[in-house]
Ligand binder design. Structure first.
Ligand SMILES: [Mg+2]
Length: 414
């Protein structure tokens, strides 16, 4: 049987609106996501899909720049692909881990389609048919057009969690924080937990706190039903100090994002739960390998979201399907989006979970009309600076941060 060979690589940047701008410790998603969709074509007529974020910017040039490396490559040769693109010593000048991830997704999609099996069957098979998700709540600026969707006060946050719980069935709720001063966010996080009795909660200030502030905050939420306290402070040594003082497991998507850091964290534990991101780790397969290390050393794992449309969400679902030790709900920004570029529209949540696609490959295809529509919208709007807040011109955060937004101000969105 003739094996497929790569004949072309295309990258198209799209922007898809969010219900409202999402605020973070570092800036904001300005009312939309910017994602670059990768199409890897082969000589057997199969096209594989990949996706990459870029902090509000296009990654087209980076993807297309690798075309000469990829032409005539056999997509089955995934380890060779890794060393061709991101050899760890050769990559000191040009870190391509995230670009590799987008190409790896597409190659797995090609192989799955070629063999007629879903990607999870290339990863050892699925141990679950659906993946549970957390609600992933944000402080939000009002939608610039409608003026709706703001989340800034306790009442707005409680209304938001009740609405998404009723609509999607979430039983785990994560609050992205680090926007307002810690005491204010503590009050709101406790109000959130009170509003969903019996459900689990997570708090993630994106490493905005000092070690001392993180310990103080952690102790003040120890009585809640916490899955974990996510990246309360910066650095493995900071996390280790918080872990020694607070009786809540610590999770990270920030300071353990490669195997070197995982080895360090295994020898000298600083984080209890590793949030595996199919882009940050360089693909689905590196996440699967990391999950195996975590299984061996009894470290927890969950699935991280760095913002996704349906192609990336499919990678998260196939990963989630194949990891036996996934005992925690996955994160996804997905319900914050108004639309998607995949055939059939947005994937559906049922009882807080999404069904893992069973069609060959990643199991998603592009809706060409939607794809063209949102590619045009990107051409019209361009990118946005993810590390800036549209409501606070010239603001930037420190680490640890002290420059909090004022919760008394109802700011306008971008
Ligand atoms: Mg995080």
């Amino acid at each position: 049987m003739k094996r497929p060979r790569i004949t072309d690589v295309k990258a198209t940047t799209v922007t898809v609106p969010l219900h409202a701008p999402l605020r973070t410790a570092n800036g904001a998603h300005w009312g939309r996501f910017v994602r670059t969709i990768v199409e890897v074509e082969t000589d057997v007529g199969i096209t594989g899909l990949g996706e990459m974020g870029g902090g509000g910017e296009s990654a087209e040039a980076a993807i297309v720049g690798l075309k000469d490396y990829l032409l005539d490559h056999d997509p089955f040769e995934l380890e060779a692909l890794r060393f061709m693109i991101c050899n760890p010593t050769a990559s000191l000048y040009n870190n391509r881990t995230q670009i590799h991830a987008a190409i790896e997704f597409a190659c797995l999609d090609i192989v799955g389609q070629f063999l007629g099996v879903p990607v999870y069957d290339l990863l050892g098979g699925r141990v679950r048919e659906r993946v549970d998700f957390a609600s992933y709540l944000f402080f939000r600026l009002p939608n610039a057009a409608s003026g709706e969707g703001e989340v800034r006060t306790a009442d707005q946050l409680v209304a938001n969690v009740k609405a998404v719980k009723a609509k999607y069935g979430f039983r785990t709720h994560k609050l992205k924080s680090g926007v307002f001063r810690p005491d204010y966010e503590l009050e709101l996080f406790r109000a959130l937990a009170d509003a969903v009795p019996g459900d689990r909660v997570r708090f993630d200030p994106n490493a905005a706190y000092s070690v001392q502030e993180a310990i103080r905050f952690g102790k003040a939420i120890e009585d809640l039903d916490n899955d974990y306290f996510e990246d309360p402070t910066w650095g493995l040594n900071g996390m280790r100090q918080v872990r020694e003082a607070v009786e809540i497991p610590l999770a990270t998507n920030t300071v353990v994002v490669d195997f070197e850091q995982l080895a360090t964290n295994t020898r000298d534990p600083a984080c209890d739960v590793i949030l595996l991101d199919t882009t940050f780790w360089g693909g689905i397969r590196p996440c699967l390998k990391a999950a195996g290390v975590c299984e061996t050393f009894q470290i927890g794992v969950a699935v991280h979201s760095s913002g996704e449309l349906g192609v990336q969400l499919a990678t998260m679902l196939h990963l989630g399907a194949a990891i036996p030790n996934l005992a925690l709900a996955a994160d996804a920004h997905y319900h914050q989006l108004t639309d998607d570029i995949i055939t059939g529209g947005k994937m559906l949540y049922q009882d807080g979970a999404i069904r893992v696609p069973t069609e060959p490959g990643l199991g998603v295809t592009l809706d060409r009309d939607k794809f063209d529509q949102y590619a045009e919208l990107y051409k019209e709007l361009g990118g946005y600076p993810y590390d800036r807040d549209p409501s606070r011109p010239r603001w930037y955060p420190l680490v640890p941060n002290t420059r909090w937004a004022d919760p008394a101000e109802s700011a306008s969105g971008g």
